[in-house]
Design a binder for this molecule. Structure first.
Ligand code: SF4
Length: 409
């Protein structure tokens, strides 16, 4: 089966623009993150923004919690390579100041700015400047009145109602450049809130599991929520909220979208075998060495690190290229075909060199530049030797099965 043919149909949404980035409709699902610096620290914030953009972040959010932050935004926006969204919580005047600073979008928390006249003042100013707003409902900071009305609990219904209430205020002033999020740190709650929201509005949706936490648990929680919804066709832009360097958020967002086939691959997809009794190298060490060496190369390839030449090239035959360990040497293969044999300590540098070549010239050119027959024969030699030493059952599975059956004799 052609795995590339499997897709998840996306729910139809209207489209808005955050600076030059389209969100919703048929626009690619975008990746967002948030800076962790003080926004008043212009150089520090810009440094983080450049790193985020390089890691595949499409839109970045900066807090605008004080006048100095708004002033910082005025200096950051013109130098940012990606659109800037100002995060506003309690003071509606900060939203107006952020608009003065020239930001490309605002995020308002309806639980924190509750006076209708303040909400409408911000929406009117955003409308006049053509700047979109995200209605960012957060399960942890729901409007107390809604909380009470829904039985003193945060429910999907209460979160959706909060978003729709804010949308109604925006409607009153003729403002509709809106995307919406209903985040919660509880994954099932967040999933259900987005499902319900997608039934009642066609505004683009921004997905996230709020306060997901540190790695790796945070990554798993966020993925559980975001991926479930994406597979249902829900979601137009995503953010991983991790207690980690924001670059990790951008990387995670890109990796998720690429794994779903929702974004073109821009960087290496490193796959590696889990290792087993057959492994001739420390697969974990070599895989992480390869990942580090390829991290900044921006090569849109799938690269495999496999522990043995007995099964590695076959198991990873779909990878663009890979390396499998033989007897103290590495066998390089391109689309499952052996192309070169290198000493063990040259495995990773050779992998990088071939990856660069394939990214530039393609796999056919790579296969044409060597005599694959020589490499195949060498791989076959190591394979036979390993089978001879380890036997067909390198993991001693049959011996263990025998032991178990003896217990019950
Ligand atoms: S058989 Fe070889 S390639 Fe497969 S998991 Fe074991 S070491 Fe890795």
């Amino acid at each position: 089966m052609d795995a590339g043919a499997v897709t998840f149909p996306r729910r139809a949404t209207r489209q808005i623009h955050v600076g030059g980035v389209a969100v919703g409709g048929d626009a690619p699902i975008s990746v967002q993150s948030m800076t962790t610096t003080k926004t008043a620290d212009v150089e520090g914030t810009l440094q983080q923004i450049y790193a985020l953009a390089a890691a595949g972040c499409d839109i970045v959010r900066c807090t605008c919690n004080e006048v100095e932050a708004a002033e910082g935004l005025a200096r950051i926006v013109p130098r940012s390579p990606i659109p800037i969204v100002a995060d506003i919580h309690h003071q509606y005047r900060m939203a107006l100041a952020a608009l003065d600073a020239g930001v490309h979008g605002l995020r308002l928390n309806p639980g924190n700015i509750r006076k209708p006249e303040h909400i409408k003042a911000v929406a009117t100013a955003a409308r006049d400047r053509g700047v979109p707003i995200r209605i960012g409902v957060n399960g942890g900071s729901l409007d107390p009145a809604l909380y009470e009305r829904h039985g003193g609990r945060v429910t999907p219904e209460a979160m959706v109602e909060s978003a729709m209430q804010e949308l109604a205020y925006f409607d009153e002033v003729g403002f509709d450049a809106v995307k919406i999020s209903v985040k919660a740190s509880n994954v099932p709650l967040m999933i259900e809130a987005y499902r319900q929201l997608s039934e009642v509005t066609d505004h683009p949706l921004h997905l996230g599991v709020t306060e997901a936490g540190p790695l790796p648990e945070g990554l798993i929680k966020a993925t559980a929520g975001i991926a479930t919804l994406l597979a249902e066709g829900i979601g137009d832009t995503i953010r991983y909220s991790l207690t980690a360097d924001p670059v990790e958020e951008a990387r995670a967002g890109r990796a998720l979208l690429e794994s779903f086939g929702l974004r073109e691959r821009t960087n290496v997809d490193l796959i590696a075998c889990p290792s087993c009794g057959r492994a001739e190298i420390d697969v974990i060490a070599v895989a992480s060495e390869a990942r580090d060496a390829l991290a900044d190369e921006q090569l849109p390839l799938q690269v495999a690190v496999m522990g043995c030449v007995v099964n590695g090239p076959g198991e990873a035959r779909d990878a663009d290229l890979g390396i499998a360990a033989g007897r103290r040497r590495g066998h390089l293969f391109v689309k499952g075909q052996n192309v070169a044999v290198v000493p063990e300590d040259e495995m990773v540098p050779t992998l990088v060199e071939w990856a660069r070549f394939i990214a530039e010239h393609g796999t056919d050119a790579a296969l044409a530049r060597v005599d694959t027959e020589v490499a195949r024969r060498e791989a076959e030699k190591d394979r036979a030797e390993l089978l001879e030493i380890q036997g067909e059952d390198a993991n001693d599975s049959e011996q263990r099965v025998e032991l178990i059956s003896q217990r019950f004799d």
